[in-house]
Design a protein around this ligand. Structure first.
Ligand code: HEC
Length: 84
């Protein structure tokens, strides 16, 4: 067994054990916290986050945004915190 096989098997075992999937685990978080602005007609229509593909294709940006430093003034997180 090479490293690739070990890696693929680990991913499969992880998925079986924790059963994470988009519709049950990820979409509620996105819909409840992000989609109100991130859809057409709203302030963040430039980056719609309304379905799996849109979220998947922007996963790196999303990871960057939610790790964002809330003290930097031009940060989405800052806007979000100010509006809350
Ligand atoms: C209150 C409205 C609002 C909500 C809620 C909101 N955003 Fe945003 N988002 C914005 C605005 C406005 C921008 C563009 C301004 C900016 O980039 O600073 C933005 C930009 C972004 C960007 C582009 C990168 C960046 O930092 O500019 C990403 C990625 C993003 N948002 C992800 C998310 C995610 C993930 C959530 C939910 C956890 C979310 N947003 C919730 C308003 C919102």
């Amino acid at each position: 067994m090479n490293f690739k096989m070990i890696y693929i098997s680990s991913v499969l075992v992880f998925n079986l054990l924790f059963g994470l999937n988009y519709s049950e685990d990820i979409s509620p978080i996105i819909y409840n916290n992000c989609t109100s602005c991130h859809r057409s007609g709203e302030i963040s229509a430039f980056l719609p986050l309304t379905n799996y593909l849109e979220v998947y294709e922007n996963r790196n940006l999303i990871a960057y945004a939610i790790e964002g430093d809330c003290t930097s003034s031009n940060d989405m997180v800052q806007i979000y915190l100010n509006l809350k």
